[in-house]
Design a protein around this ligand. Structure first.
Ligand code: KDG
Ligand code: MG
Length: 416
């Protein structure tokens, strides 16, 4: 089964997505997600200029060899652009091979290890009443685990916190009322936000105390610090949140310095999750071997596809570290479906982030996975179970959209 043609599809149904479609000489097609939020065209051009010419004529069945060829063969290894491109090729080939076998992808990955994937959704509010409303909406939708983010007194806006005006106008999709923060304020240049770590550290423990007293001890709660803290600040936050029994505290320090997590671990038993910006198994070596984290955040889309991420999860499993794959709306339904098939099969599944895509996104990506009672489950359609609608996509051309930039009160550019 030879690869006959490859299309790089860029569309913007509510937000930008890059999708790879591989077609074989016997007419099978496979899809892969190559979306890198705010840097979409870098991956699209990497694919069309450097990867697609290498694929035509290759045997679609040699997935591992193609992965190694694109990774080792390029000499320039790792990095989000390269790994998103490899991920898209890898995922599309798995989709094709599962369709060729007339099986849902998870069957090729070893079959079901569970009935569904526990998910968490994003609740947020500028203040406690809005946050509580948002938590209640998520509970009504069936979520059993909820990420909690709030505004910080004194800061005009905080990334990851919806404004009530966004919810009302449905910013992001144009038609729905779901909150989708990443493209919330599209523009020619990035929005700049202001950050104050001391104000944040003062405020957050009180938020979790209020949430626990309103919603009780059983609700699974998570929080994302978005790489903004130093090791000692992160240690302090983890310690201060211990009474509120978090499922995890995410991305407390910037990703580059992995030994920072040692300092955090020395001081707190709050479980730690990291990795949404990690791309390869090598990024995790120190964190796994020293058991500095509890959950792996990489998605299929940014970590070299099914092949790359499964290898990471296997490595994690020997240290009792579990999966917690990134699942924001900038991972397309193709990337999410790949995560669902992988998550249902692996032995060390932890939780799956699920923000829910907008109706506009679902017009272009026809999905078959199901969300019920807070759990995601793959369908039994062959392959990934996703169709890409070219006609619908034509109505949503690419629009440049940046993620925001974070500055301290004195103007210094800060991590976020
Ligand atoms: O593209 C960046 C977003 O996907 C990311 O900032 C969202 O932190 C995030 C999360 O945990 O989903
Ligand atoms: Mg995050």
């Amino acid at each position: 089964m030879l690869i006959e043609s490859v299309d790089v599809l860029v569309s913007s149904p509510g937000r930008n997505f890059v999708t790879l479609r591989i077609t074989t000489d016997d007419g099978l097609t496979g899809l892969g997600d190559a979306t890198l939020n705010g840097r979409e065209l870098a991956v699209a051009v990497y694919l069309s200029e450097h990867v697609v010419p290498l694929l035509v004529g290759r045997d679609a069945a040699n997935i591992e060899d193609t992965w190694q060829y694109l990774y080792r063969g390029a000499y320039w290894r790792r990095g989000p652009v390269t790994m998103a491109a490899i991920a898209a090729v890898d995922t599309a080939l798995w989709d094709i091979m599962a369709k060729a076998a007339k099986m849902p992808l998870y069957q090729l990955l070893g079959g079901r290890s569970r009935t569904g994937l526990l998910t968490y959704g994003h609740a947020s509010g500028v203040d406690l009443p809005e946050l509580f409303d948002s938590i209640r909406e998520h509970l009504d939708e069936g979520y059993r685990a909820i990420r909690v983010q709030t505004g910080i007194p004194g800061l005009p806006s905080v990334y990851g916190v919806a404004h009530s005006s966004n919810a009302a106008t449905g910013t992001g999709s144009g038609t729905d009322s779901r909150y989708d923060y990443e493209p919330a304020r599209r523009g020619a240049l990035p929005v700049e936000e202001t950050w104050d770590t001391r104000a944040y550290l003062r405020h957050i423990p009180g938020v979790f105390e209020a949430v626990r007293s309103e919603f009780g001890p059983e609700l699974t709660l998570l929080h994302d610090a978005h790489h903004r803290l130093t090791p000692i600040q992160a240690a302090k936050l983890g310690k201060s949140l211990e009474p509120y029994d978090l499922f995890w505290l995410e991305d407390v320090t910037p990703a580059e310095n992995q030994s920072a997590l040692r300092r955090v671990r020395e001081h707190t038993t709050t479980p730690l999750a990291i990795g949404e910006v990690f791309n390869t198994i090598w990024d995790y070596r120190e964190l796994f071997e020293e058991q500095l984290i509890d959950y792996v955040r990489s998605p299929v889309t940014h970590a070299g596809g099914i092949t790359g991420l499964r290898r990471i999860f296997d490595f994690a499993s020997i240290y009792q570290i579990k999966s917690g794959a990134h699942g924001p709306t900038d991972v397309s339904p193709v990337g999410l479906s790949a995560a669902i098939h992988l998550g249902i099969a692996i032995p060390n599944f932890g939780i799956q982030e699920y923000m829910q895509h907008s109706p506009a996104t679902h017009e272009v990506f026809r999905t078959t996975y199901k969300f019920e009672g807070g759990m995601l489950a793959p369908s039994d359609a062959p392959g990934l179970g996703i169709e890409y609608d070219d006609e619908a996509a034509a109505g949503h051309p690419y629009e440049r959209a940046y993620l925001p930039v974070n500055r301290l009160l004195d103007g210094t550019v800060h991590d976020w």
